[in-house]
Design a protein around this ligand. Sequence first.
Ligand code: IVH
Length: 680
Amino acid sequence: MIKKKNSEIEKDYLKKINKIQKLNKAYYVNSKPIVEDKIYDELKKNILDLEKKYYFLKNEMSPSTSVGYKPSKNFKKVRHMTPMLSLGNAFNRDDLINFEKKIYNFLSFNHNTKIEYSVEPKIDGISASLFYKDGKFIQGLSRGDGAQGEDITENLKTIEDIPKDLNGKDYPHEIDIRGEVFINNSDFENLKNKFANPRNAASGSLRQKDPKETKKIPLRFVAYTFGYSKDLKIKNQFEFLVSLKKWGFKTNEFNKVISGIENLITNHKKIEEQRNKIDFDIDGLVYKVNDFNLQKRLGYAANAPRWAVAHKFSANKSISEILKIEIQIGRTGALTPVAKIKPVNIGGVLVSNATLHNEDEINRKDIRLGDTVIVERAGDVIPHVISVDKKKRNKNSKKFVFPKKCPSCGFETIKEFNKITKKFDAVRRCPDRGFECEKIAIEKIKHFISKDAFNIDGFGKKIVESFWAKKLIRYPNDIFNLDYKVISKLEGWGDISVANLKYSIETKKKITLSRFIYSMGIRHIGQENAKLIAKNLNSLDNFLSMKNQLDFRHLLNIDGIGDTQIISIQNFFSNKKNLLMLEKFKKIIEILPEEENIIGGIFKGKTFMLTGKLEGISRAEAKSLIEKNSGKISSNVNKKLDYLVIGDKPTIRKVNEAKDLNIKVISQKDFLKMLNFKDF
Ligand code: IVH
């Protein structure tokens, strides 16, 4: 096969991009389409096909990254005063019970205490944050990556539902009002040929460079929360929603206050039935603990609040047939069986893979090759097999035998024993031996470049696989030592794309410690734990010097780190390949300060230890209060300890040890007084 020159492919692609831009301009700017929809669609498909085939092709004007005419990367980036976070999902009763249980435990509430929720439809649009100072709309930002958004003030000003001046007098001096920008389904009818769905239409027009373009599309805005605020006197979410209306915002007519899981479920069913009659897309309901005081106490875990959840609408289901069962190997060595099924359309999406979760699940449901199965697709979650129609099963079918050896490296797989549940794990694993197993190594590198880790622009999973196959990478650090000469000769790579890649990689050498720790892909060390460890260790050298430690128990002082995490960290540092990799990173990366502003709280420099049962507050909340106020937590009495907080039935030995060391022993009441808490 003659290799078509990359420069030729790029040239041809750019020509098509140019053409589509002209067509877009004619449609959006001049409102005078110059070709039939069919021709436009063909050109669009052509571009998308090219991008699929040659992954180096990328252009900000491509219909895959933008919609309409000139959405721009030129918007000014602005840091949100309070990050714009996402929500955890709940799909069924169990998820909701779990959500509420965590809240009760955290708050140490008994079940006679009722929790009220503000219940709001979750509109499937684009969120925006609007800053008002003394009632005047000053600046509007897109969500961006949650930490930084784009300044799209002028575009937002074109939306009628967004008040330029707030009504009344009782608004706070300063406030970020947050809500959803969306488009009504009836308005989308006229835009059907240009956008895949209403959400894309809203997002595309909101990010037009020219606000006049935004104005042409009937965007709407519904407000539902706030970020930063100064002097907000409101006590709960529902009252806040009422105030939003008074100030001139539109709020959702389906908003209400409900308590009790069963009542939430009844309401969910009712709204889901009406869903098709509503003129905009909603993909579930959002439940927020109504009381702002409780919200504050509950706080946030990693990227989402503990006080809110999105209860998604039920999944779509379809019947299909299992053609093949493949075993995938994940970053942590988990062997996940995946069913290749006869493609079926489930809720508008063609599904041909469905996860079977793990070995136990296959055995429990007795899933076999050739079986007729019901497949479910819920939200953005991977489709899964719910049940087997055994009546339709072929008499000759045989039980599926799960491989006992890793299909990638051939190593004996294991099932771990959980000391707490006293059961064997449902998941079979290839034991993680660093980078010995090819599949695990590839997955580790994919994790390394992923969004929440090193986040290297333009370096996707497909490139990891291709570079691996070409033996260009074996370890994450190889990414910083690529042979660009070799890459530029590879099919699909041109000078421009190589230069872009090099640039993206170079800019990511500066990274926060928490991201770096997370990127190592240590099992059980997710983003939240990585942040906690980074905060505790404070420097790359401290992290690297852990290799000299046999005992990692001091990490138990960190709230959230338990035996499971310690064992995992120990395993990581006992592997020579990992150590070698860390040594190399020491010479490559430079540590940046953490992304969040750690403001010196009243417990700065102070270490606390808790003993005995606390009253009206859980241990988790007490720990979180200490950390929120910049304090540290210790799990044993030592000289560095400043305060031992005693609850009911404390461990006498600990109290005596503390007294011997002249450490202040204080009651729970004293502790809460220090924080100005009057509620307990
Ligand atoms: S509250 C931390 N309320 O859902 C609080 N979000 O996955 C997060 N959304 O980015 C936002 N309707 O775009 C909230 N009534 C509602 C919402 C809502 C839609 C979207 C929003 C957010 C995403 C969270």
